[in-house]
Write a protein that binds this ligand. Structure first.
Ligand code: AMP
Ligand code: ZN
Length: 666
């Protein structure tokens, strides 16, 4: 066998094993053997780069980095679906269609409505060539490299009846088990958990590093083949073909001979949905005959031949056992209901958010009340109602805590704020730990390897006092701590040392000043240029900065009024942390002063982000949408058509990146 033949045979074999493992759940070789074959293929490919194939099974692990996603116009628009919430809506819908078509009854398919991010995959000659998000339905982002890492997306398909080119649509979802595991890991690392599987799935598609995408347990469920030629007569036949071609089509779809069969299916899944290993938010009902679909056509928003039936948010009743209070890094108190554990949407619920004192008072919550809990968009469910009929005769109303549960300091509440605070910033453990955890988080100083538990342990052992004393830590300090191996101690110390290179605006964010998030930190860093200038700024000077209001100004002033904070800053300075803008971050010229720019499209000489930085460095301002106040639109390839027409209507000049560069030099 020649090398080329060997490579091709291995690829074919591994594609087949992938399909058996991920889609059919019926592997015929061990994981070990699979990995070995994959390693062999990788070795051959590395030694013979001429035979590179973007669809090789070795490409699943990711590695490609996309800075700016290309905008791609969908050949066939991706519509939304009309929603219905009750059976009468469905009967009305059927009546409308029957009237248009001049028939008395219709047959349908029913599929589950997977709750994830829509995707459109294009295959040419059996190979995946492009994956595009729905975007606004007319155009989306090309995320091919990321989608290739999803194991249930076939990179190549082999079947006799596959059209030369076709598009198939589906939903990228994150199964519950994978989502929960990701969150458990985040919580352990001291990071905020993700909100819900849907947002996490769609966020994953837009990650720049495809290796990160590969590490997420995403799946892709397919539901519609789009071709120019009429290959199939029914939706049912096209689902069956997709399945045969090797796509992942969940087996729960049915062919419904009439609307009654549809309604039976809805009733069945309303109950069964919580037994699924992934989230659905309803059922999609489609007219089965594609000829009828064509005749019915589309409204401005959605096909007339399909209907989403949305399930009501799931709710269950359970009992309130207690109210506990969590203390955040800024001292903000969050009340949390402890509930008698109950099954809701596939997970056991034990806690619900109570937001703040007003929320509790508004509910008139009593201890031992029977409450209804619902899952909204957040991980932690909400209490939506109280069943007062079941109220215990002697129960008392929940009285909000008066003292911090962690340090017993009396709580405070500012007049115009909903939240209570523990003012003991220096002595209250969760605040101290939280500040360090925030300081080292990825978007701040990016120091990996220290979880909240380790930080707390170090504080208890007096090894750590504040984030500034991180810079005094040695390997010898870390090694005796439980669970910390020598290697990770070394890595942590190295990461701390490396963090002195982190630019000033991120340091400013890392300090954890209340209300100073990433964007505000950037603005302040750019405006004041150094921590010393910022520390000396008056309230008026602070408020003069774009988008900085009285609340932020006051919080910044408070931070620098504290002797302890000044001490911490002195320590950071000594450690060599960046406390001023590097020359290259600061304004370079004022050639674009007072001009407002909208940057849109894909550029050749610079990335979009680089262009924005350049504009700001020359004194210009970036705005996100075009208005009469916009000075220029800097346009690259694929600028959105609506932006273009808006600029033209308002008479705003559209310039190229080269023209911009010329202006900057002026
Ligand atoms: P909506 O976003 O609520 O208008 O619903 C439309 C979206 O539902 C589509 O863009 C798809 O991403 C998604 N969807 C999930 N499951 C299906 C399915 N079985 N058939 C069609 N669309 C589906
Ligand atoms: Zn406290």
């Amino acid at each position: 066998m020649t090398i080329a033949e060997q490579i091709s045979a291995l690829r074919k074999e591994l594609h087949e094993h992938n399909k058996r493992y991920y889609m059919q759940d019926a592997p015929i070789i061990s994981d070990y053997l699979f990995d070995e074959k994959l390693a062999t293929l990788k070795r051959l490919e590395d030694a013979h780069p001429d035979f590179f194939d973007p669809n090789s099974p070795t490409q699943r692990v990711g590695g490609a980095v996309t800075k700016n996603f290309n905008t791609v116009v969908h050949e066939h628009r991706m519509y939304s679906l009309d929603n219905s919430y009750n059976k009468q809506d469905l009967l009305d819908w059927e009546a409308r269609m029957c009237k248009i078509l001049g028939v008395t009854t219709l047959e349908y398919t029913c599929e589950l409505k997977y709750d994830g991010a829509s995707i459109s995959l294009t295959y040419t000659n059996g190979k995946l060539v492009q994956a595009v998000t729905r975007g606004d339905g007319v155009q989306g982002d090309e995320v091919t490299n990321n989608v290739k890492t999803i194991n249930s997306v076939p990179l190549e398909i082999n079947a006799s009846d596959v059209p030369g080119t076709f598009t198939i649509r589906g939903e990228i979802i994150l199964p519950l088990a994978g989502f929960n595991a990701m969150n458990a890991a985040r919580i352990k690392a001291g990071e905020d958990p993700y909100m819900n599987p849907r947002n996490t799935a769609s966020g994953s598609l837009k990650l720049q590093d495809s290796r990160l995408v590969a590490s997420r347990p995403l799946d892709c469920f397919l539901y519609q083949i789009v071709t120019s030629q009429s290959v199939f007569k029914t939706q049912l036949a096209s689902l069956e073909a997709a399945d045969r071609w090797g796509f992942y089509v969940p087996k729960h779809y049915i062919h419904a001979a009439n609307i009654d069969a549809v309604i039976t299916y809805l009733n069945e899944w309303e109950d069964k949905r919580s037994s699924l290993p992934y989230e659905i938010d309803g059922v999609v009902i489609k007219v089965n005959q594609l000829a009828y679909q064509e005749e019915l056509g589309y409204t401005a928003k959605s096909p007339r031949w399909a209907m989403a039936y949305k399930f009501k948010a799931e709710a269950v009743e359970t009992q309130l056992e207690d109210v506990v209070y969590q203390v955040g890094r800024t001292g903000a108190i969050t009340p949390v209901a402890k509930l008698t554990p109950v099954l809701l949407g596939g997970t056991i619920v034990k806690r619900a958010s109570l937001h703040n004192a007003d929320f509790i008072a508004g509910l008139d919550l009593h201890y031992l009340d029977t409450v209804s809990v619902e899952k909204g968009g957040e991980i932690i469910p909400k209490i939506t109602a109280i069943n007062t009929n079941k109220r215990q005769p002697n129960s008392t109303a929940v009285r909000y805590a008066t003292h911090c549960p962690e340090c017993n300091t009396p709580l405070e509440r500012h007049v115009d704020e909903a939240q209570h605070y523990c003012p003991n910033t220096t002595g209250c453990m969760p605040q101290r730990v939280g500040r360090v955890a925030h300081f080292i988080s990825r978007k701040a100083m990016d120091i990996d390897g220290l979880g909240a538990e380790t930080i707390q342990l170090m504080m208890q052992k007096n090894l750590l006092h504040s984030y500034a004393s991180l810079y005094d830590i040695t390997e010898a300090d870390l090694i005796p701590l439980e669970r910390l191996a020598e290697k990770s101690a070394k890595n942590i110390v190295a990461a701390i040392a490396a963090s002195v290179e982190i630019p000033f605006y991120r340091v400013l964010f890392a300090l954890g000043i209340r209300f100073v998030g990433q964007t505000v930190a950037k603005k302040l860093a750019q405006h004041f240029g150094s921590i010393d200038a910022l520390a000396m700024a008056s309230a008026q000077e602070l408020e003069a900065v774009d988008e900085i209001g009285a609340r932020i100004a006051e919080s910044v002033r408070d931070f620098f009024a504290s002797a302890e904070n000044l001490q911490i800053i002195a320590q950071l300075r000594q450690a060599g942390v960046q406390l001023e803008q590097q020359a290259k971050e600061g304004p370079v010229s004022n050639s674009l002063a007072d001009l407002r720019f909208v940057v849109s499209g894909v550029f050749t000489a610079f990335s979009r982000d680089d262009l924005k930085v350049l504009i700001e460095q020359h004194g210009g301002k970036i705005v996100s949408s075009i208005s009469s106040k916009t000075s220029y639109v800097v346009a690259g390839d694929n600028m959105g058509p609506s932006k273009k027409s808006k600029a033209t209507t308002l008479g705003i000049p559209i310039i190229s990146e080269q023209e911009l560069v010329t202006m900057m030099k002026a």
